[in-house]
Write a protein that binds this ligand. Structure first.
Ligand SMILES: Cc1cc2nc3c(=O)[nH]c(=O)nc-3n(C[C@H](O)[C@H](O)[C@H](O)COP(=O)(O)OP(=O)(O)OC[C@H]3O[C@@H](n4cnc5c(N)ncnc54)[C@H](O)[C@@H]3O)c2cc1C
Length: 393
């Protein structure tokens, strides 16, 4: 018998556990994997992009865009930065406000585990849950015995990277207690391309470019990368969250330029220079070559600029700034960084994260229908929702 049981020793679960433990609550964390915090360890290329200095509700996707506001405003990036500094973990800003550890992701997990230990939190790994029921208290049957608690926190994360311990248990528990699930999808995930598309881009694997990519009303200016299987890099991961199968994504290959004005200007200034030479000042030559061949498009042929008629320059500018491609699919949960969708926020308090259907039941972190953009936002959500629940559970 404890006060609080948390299922899932990931970012949100550990943050919730240490917060409740500091209040004097007796907290037990049950984790089915052999180790805690596996996603923290593999995050940010091994350096954990643990938060972002500028966190805005617009950086999160949910059926209810207001849901994330309260927790994010009460536990800010600066609160987590204070914690990091108190533990003397060194960090740096990489770009766009993204904060990474100087050394290893394990520095962040170390902070959480030391705080949990100081707060008297007990953590059990290798613990598989077979059933959860609620009578007076929550009763959890597991491979390590039967546990009871007044508060029960579901922090099982999303479905991405099943080999790291992801399961759908959180969604099953939500449904058991009459919460709806917003259909889940892999997000922050690379795109795959068809065989024909890959053949057209042969030789480009490893080529990257700073672009603006758009899908619907959303766009991101970041780097993209051609891979042997498709399109990746931060720009593609970001837009994947907004993409639906069958949709085109639109790429502006020259986002730093007003392409039409630039080409017209170059035509006047350097009429004898060939088009490819002008473009090669901004894009990789291999990429230009492949764009010329893609789908047999002949818009970009290689003549001296003076030989292009006005209309051709207009078409060329349109082609380079609104180039469209329909990905075949995504790499799915195998490599996705997050899961879009999840436990519907409708009957969950945005202040305490307690269920409005079952008292004492809480949902925090990625298991909820809230997913962040790339850049430290998903961890900030895990910290903020974990703290909010830990303050009351
Ligand atoms: C490769 C990769 C890199 C990432 N890099 C970043 C980054 O740099 N910055 C960032 O902000 N976000 C990053 N993310 C996203 C971030 O890791 C997650 O959004 C965040 O970990 C979610 O926290 P959580 O506690 O909700 O879930 P998780 O951290 O996934 O924790 C859930 C825990 O529950 C456990 N669990 C699951 N099912 C059960 C069960 N049936 N019984 C018991 N326990 C269970 C899991 O084993 C896990 O320990 C990355 C994700 C991936 C996959």
């Amino acid at each position: 018998m404890v006060d609080v049981i948390v299922i899932g020793a990931g970012a949100a679960g550990l943050m919730c556990a240490l917060t409740a433990g500091k209040r004097g609550r007796k907290v037990l964390v049950l984790e089915h994997a052999n180790k805690v915090g596996k996603k923290i360890l593999m995050s940010g290329g091994g350096r954990c992009n643990f938060t972002n200095t500028v966190v805005d509700p617009d950086d999160f996707v949910s059926n209810n865009p207001h849901f994330c506001k309260s927790a994010l405003s009460r536990y800010t990036p600066w609160d987590f930065i204070d914690l990091v500094e108190n533990h003397e973990v060194s960090y740096h800003e990489k770009k766009l406000g993204q904060l990474f550890c100087d050394n290893k992701s394990s520095d962040i997990l170390g902070i959480l585990l030391r705080e949990c230990a100081a707060a008297g939190v007990e953590i059990k790994t290798h613990c598989s849950i077979s059933s959860v029921s609620k009578k007076e208290q929550f009763v959890i049957e597991s491979t390590q015995g039967v546990f009871k608690a007044d508060s029960f926190v579901v922090a099982t994360g999303g479905l991405s990277i099943p080999t790291m311990g992801a399961t759908g248990l959180g969604y099953q528990l939500a449904q058991q207690f009459d919460h709806e699930i917003v259909p889940t999808e892999a997000a922050l995930v690379p795109f795959t391309l068809s065989k024909q598309q890959l053949a057209a881009f042969d030789g480009l694997a490893g080529v990257s470019a700073e672009i603006v990519v758009s899908c619907g009303n959303q766009s991101f200016r970041e780097a993209m990368l051609f891979t042997h299987r498709g399109l990746s890099g931060p720009a593609m991961l970001q837009i994947s969250t907004y993409w639906q199968p069958g949709e085109d994504i639109i790429i502006n290959w020259l986002p730093e330029l007003d392409v039409l004005a630039y080409l017209q200007n170059q035509q006047q200034e350097r009429p004898n220079t060939e088009l490819k030479t002008v473009l090669a000042e901004h894009l990789s030559k291999r990429l230009i070559q492949r764009l010329c061949e893609y789908d047999g498009v002949s818009v970009i042929d290689n003549k001296p600029l003076r030989q292009y008629a006005h209309q051709q320059i207009v078409e060329l500018a349109g082609y380079l700034s609104s180039w469209s491609i329909m990905p075949a699919g995504t790499e799915g949960y195998r490599t996705a960084e997050v899961t879009k969708g999840g436990v519907a926020t409708d009957f969950v308090s945005s202040k305490t994260f307690e269920s409005q259907l079952v008292s004492g039941l809480y949902f925090i972190g990625e298991v909820l229908d809230v997913s962040g953009h790339l850049g430290g936002f998903n961890f900030q959500w895990a910290w903020a929702s974990g703290v909010a629940a830990g303050q009351v559970a």
